[in-house]
Design a protein around this ligand. Structure first.
Ligand code: SAM
Length: 229
């Protein structure tokens, strides 16, 4: 299997923040230090493992990771699906994907592509994840991405989303708001909306939600309903 597929003439949508490219070289160490606020590296790994469990990943499955960044999730999923399985990581940042290549395994393929137009046929994947990707997009793009994830997974397949949540505790909320100021407008909008409703509106049911790290992070999953549109 080729490890990288580049879609010719990938257009970057207007909303796309080029800073993902700019920070690619220090993304992993940055996440490592910031993760101190959400339970450290081990805490983050536990959350990612929960996402994999929520999707019901088992050996032999075909799994999509949208906005895969430097490929941490893909590498973890690849260990679970094994040699008979397949993992595809999609991202628009060539520099992030260059970092991801270092985590390459035989059963992983990275794709430079807009998550609104995933270059796979309807129902190709068993399940799909997106971690800390949706808060980077305006509302309509988020919905487009969730609908696109629905299109490429099989009916009955699961989606799992890991992203920020708006904390209820006043002190935590104060600190979190400072962080949201750094993250920018799309993140501020994201945490004010109900992720479960977004996932339901994109065509999933049996929505399940859990929160962690003082309610600053949520994991929401859903099952794809209906026939392929
Ligand atoms: C904050 S990073 C998260 C990376 C990784 N999922 C993680 O958990 O560390 C967000 C990623 O989303 C990607 N991204 C944002 N909008 C995108 C889009 N429309 N299509 C594909 N990737 C996109 C960025 O390039 C970036 O790599």
């Amino acid at each position: 299997m080729p490890t990288r597929c580049t879609i010719p003439d990938v257009r970057r949508p207007k909303h796309y923040r080029d800073d993902c490219d700019r920070i690619a070289f220090m993304y992993d160490p940055l996440v490592r230090s910031l993760s101190a606020f959400i339970g450290g590296e081990r805490g983050l790994e536990t959350m990612r493992t929960s996402v994999i469990n929520e999707m019901g990943v088992t050996p032999g499955k075909k799994v999509l990771d949208v906005c895969c960044g430097t490929g941490v999730m893909c590498a973890m999923i690849a260990d679970v699906v094994g040699a008979r399985g397949e993992v595809v990581g999609v991202d628009l940042s060539e520099k992030m994907l260059k970092k991801a290549e270092k985590r390459k395994k035989d059963n992983i393929r990275f794709c430079i592509s807009n998550a609104e137009e995933i270059p796979y046929e309807d129902g190709y994947f068993d399940c799909a994840s997106i971690t800390f990707g949706l808060h980077e997009m305006p509302y309509q793009v988020r919905m487009n991405v969730l609908c696109e994830m629905r299109r490429v997974i099989k009916p009955g397949g699961k989606i799992a989303v890991l992203d920020y949540s708006y904390p209820t505790n006043k002190l935590i909320r104060y600190l979190f708001n400072i962080w949201m100021f750094v993250e920018g407008e799309t993140a501020k909008d994201f945490v004010k909306r109900d992720l479960s409703s977004m996932i339901r509106d994109a065509g999933f049911n049996f929505i399940e939600k859990s929160v962690c790290s003082y309610n600053t992070v949520q994991i929401v999953s859903g099952v794809r309903c209906g026939e392929v549109r």
